[in-house]
Design a protein around this ligand. Sequence first.
Ligand code: AMP
Length: 457
Amino acid sequence: MVTFEQLKLNAALLKSLDALNYTLPTPVQAQAIPLLLQGHDVAAQAETGSGKTAAFGLPLLQSINPGLQQVQALVVVPTRELAVQVRQELKQYARFIPNLKITAFYGGHSFRLEEDSLAHPPQVLVGTPGRLTDHLSRRTLDLTNVAQVVLDEADKLLEMGFEEELDDLLRAIPRKRQTILFSATMEEDVKELIANSLQDPRFVQASATAVPDRIVYYGLKVQDEQKPQALVRLLQSINPAGTVVFVNARLTTTEVAQHLQEHGFQARALHGKLEQSERDKTMTLFRNGTASILVATDLAARGLDMDVVQQIIHYELPQHQDAYQHRSGRTGRAGKSGTVYTLLSSRETQKLEQWPDVQVNEWLDLTELAADTSVPMEAPALTTLHISGGRKDKLSPRDIVGALIAEVGLKASEIGKIEIQDRHSFVAIPEEAASAAVRKLSAARIKGKRYKVSFVR
Ligand code: AMP
């Protein structure tokens, strides 16, 4: 067993890993980190959940010169959610490196704000291809000092049609650079990208540990037309909090979410065609428990690392085994335990049986699923409030807790998760206190200032 110290990571990074309680490197980290620190181009086959972000992130951070205010490393990711997540994760690792700026650029939010932030360029920039090339064509972004570039989830980048954007980005970066590619699969198009963009690459393949062992897989045999009732029944038999239901088509997300709402569940649809603000809102509501169930397509949920995910339900089987494993990997992450349920028609059962790396630990009989009375189905009901001020207004969670206690009379223990963003904040509170809270907080001052307070619906 190799340790993080033996991988020759510096003291600041070791300190943050210690603070995060990472005791040992994962297989992909053990293999990739030494190669990356030696400066090799690396092509790695690894999935979300394998620890891939730290595998490229730690060596990348070690190579940055914090004294130089230039974009030195670029991480290209397929989705905005992944951009936000990778940035967050890198920031955690960089906690003890002073003066290091890590920024994320992605479509759907203000171009101007991004442009303004380039007045003091970050050393590490994470972004989606479309938005990054936008910056290039408007000449707002200088990539000529980039020495390291990461193509994260390369298979997805290509699948989403970003080939041209990748070309443009790589052409804007000096040839003398370290190029790093991570991909869940190594199809022909990915191999081609490696051949065209990496120099003398070293290959790393993390063994099939992408879906950790501590996931328990349950199968339920139901015909297609019975699936809506079966899903309700299943959710009534478990604690539904923190459930992601996967479906194959965008339209199905809204149908299924609506069906669940009609049966009293706090369910929300998440798909790639929603407005950015709507997706952000849905994620906030899921993270803070106001919505207990997300009904999502693969694309929408890809790369999401959410500690709140307790279980996955495959409402439909995806086309390929890879996608099935990806979906399943949203739970049981990094050694936590997780549960996966799969609703299978006879056609789908046959298909699943042909996937060599997939197993069902136990088959459940729908008629025997008893409603679980030990967990109140959807309690306590929460409502999320939107407050029109955030980090830029110097609001902190303490200010919001303070106002809710002083103005609304809530107890600290009743206040749920608080999320402070740049210009707004969200807080989850008990539903029955919500109307009074909106009224009283709107009339009050928080840290001496008036804010608009409203419900998030
Ligand atoms: P990723 O595959 O990059 O999406 O990472 C999966 C999760 O594992 C993330 O939540 C990381 O914070 C966590 N993680 C990464 N490396 C380690 C490690 N060596 N020990 C424990 N957790 C880790």
